[in-house]
Ligand binder design. Structure first.
Ligand code: NAD
Ligand code: UDP
Ligand code: UDP
Length: 314
């Protein structure tokens, strides 16, 4: 049994991870400031004697004794990370310094939830880990993208300078139950709109693409990466290579929900990437990982979750 710290553990991905680690017999310390996370995501874990929740902001130092750290703390949806952009950069950068300092002192292994956003609006398609990216340092997405890029730098410098064992995971768009219904991400938006008979809001012409990974696949990749050989640092892409236009996603959601919603078109936000698709050869080779859940199957499970949520709120 290991003592494992999950920062951002009350969020969408973090709560699934806490659940998975507990099911493996580990002790889990979930640290979260509840900015975008919710107690409801972890309510079912609070009775477990091996689970502990601590309300704490990772931009402040944290002194605990742990064997492993999964660093997920950071708002992930554009409306949330752009709400207080300075705090977003602080969370990624100062948060990484504090968690790396903690890893250094306790000799814990540490995994960083990085992102496909380090590639920005990519000029190379699909994206291999070797691609260095195309990020507008001055734009409204930079607080998130540059914060995550700097965090990767810090991870590699702590690794080289202080021999901290690191794992850097570049996560591509992930969806599933416990996404925040109002966080503005495309999958949750479209499903909520379709289920409530509201217009489906496509930004731009809907021809921009994304590749969507179901949460269970993602968490499996995360666990495999943490347990990979010590010398394997990443960065490694984890995502589903199935690429869809946003318009195709809207049509799929309408058809799966049997919704009467109409598609409407709204302006494309600044610096919105035109295309995104992971190359996952490295994950296949090193982790023997590849996603199993196809979009339609994952969407059905996510739709069922939001349906329940709407019923309960009535
Ligand atoms: P989320 O917003 O649901 O989870 C983030 C969690 O971090 C929330 O619970 C939030 O309250 C917490 N948090 C934010 N700032 C904090 C701070 N300063 N101190 C402590 N806790 C803080 O988002 P998610 O989708 O679960 O994302 C989890 C991680 O994965 C993030 O680091 C995100 O950047 C990364 N990621 C997610 C995706 C995706 O598609 N879901 C894609 C790429 C990367
Ligand atoms: N830190 C922490 N918990 C620990 C150890 C360190 O939060 O258990 C923080 C502390 O605030 C420190 C940062 O991590 O500023 C970086 O630690 P490091 O040892 O690298 O640097 P230093 O202590 O020399 O600033
Ligand atoms: N998007 C959209 N309608 C929405 C929400 C998002 O058309 O209601 C688009 C958005 O402009 C982007 C894509 O869907 O091109 C994915 O957006 P999301 O915020 O989910 O993730 P990210 O842009 O960070 O990949």
């Amino acid at each position: 049994m290991k003592r494992i710290l999950v920062t951002g553990g009350a969020g969408f991905l973090g709560s699934h991870l806490c659940e998975r680690l507990l099911s493996r017999g580990h002790e889990v310390l979930c640290v979260d400031n509840l900015f975008t996370g919710r107690k409801a995501n972890i309510a079912h874990l609070l009775d477990n004697p091996y689970f502990e929740f601590m309300r704490h902001d990772v931009t402040f130092p944290l002194y605990v004794e742990v064997d492993e750290i999964y660093n997920l703390a950071c708002p992930a949806s554009p409306i949330h990370y752009q709400f207080d952009p300075v705090q977003t950069t602080k969370t990624s950068v100062i948060g990484a310094i504090n968690m790396l300092g903690l890893a250094k002192r306790t000799k814990a292994k540490i995994l960083q939830a990085s992102t496909s956003e380090v590639y920005g609006d990519p000029q190379v398609h699909p994206q291999p880990e070797s691609y260095r990216g195309c990020v507008n340092t001055l734009g409204i997405r930079a607080c998130y993208d540059e914060g995550k890029r700097c965090a990767e730098t810090l991870f590699f410098d702590y690794h080289r300078q202080h021999q901290v064992t690191i794992k850097v995971m570049r996560i591509f768009n992930t969806y599933g139950p416990r996404m925040h219904p109002n966080d503005g991400r495309v999958v949750s938006n479209f499903i909520m709109q379709a289920l409530q008979g509201q217009d489906i809001t496509i930004y731009g012409d809907g021809l921009q693409t994304r590749s969507f990974c179901y949460v269970d696949d993602l968490i499996e990749g995360m666990e495999l990466l943490m347990n990979s050989r010590d010398e394997f640092t990443g960065p490694v892409n984890i995502g589903n290579p199935g690429e869809f236009t946003i318009k195709q996603l809207a049509e799929k959601v309408i058809s799966l929900t049997h919704s009467s919603s109409q598609i409407i078109y709204q302006p494309l936000p600044q610096d919105d990437p035109m295309q995104r698709q992971p190359i996952i050869e490295l994950a296949k080779q090193e982790l023997n990982w590849q996603p199993k859940v196809v979009l339609e199957e994952g969407l059905k499970k996510t739709i069922a979750y939001f349906q329940q949520m709407i019923i309960k709120s009535k």
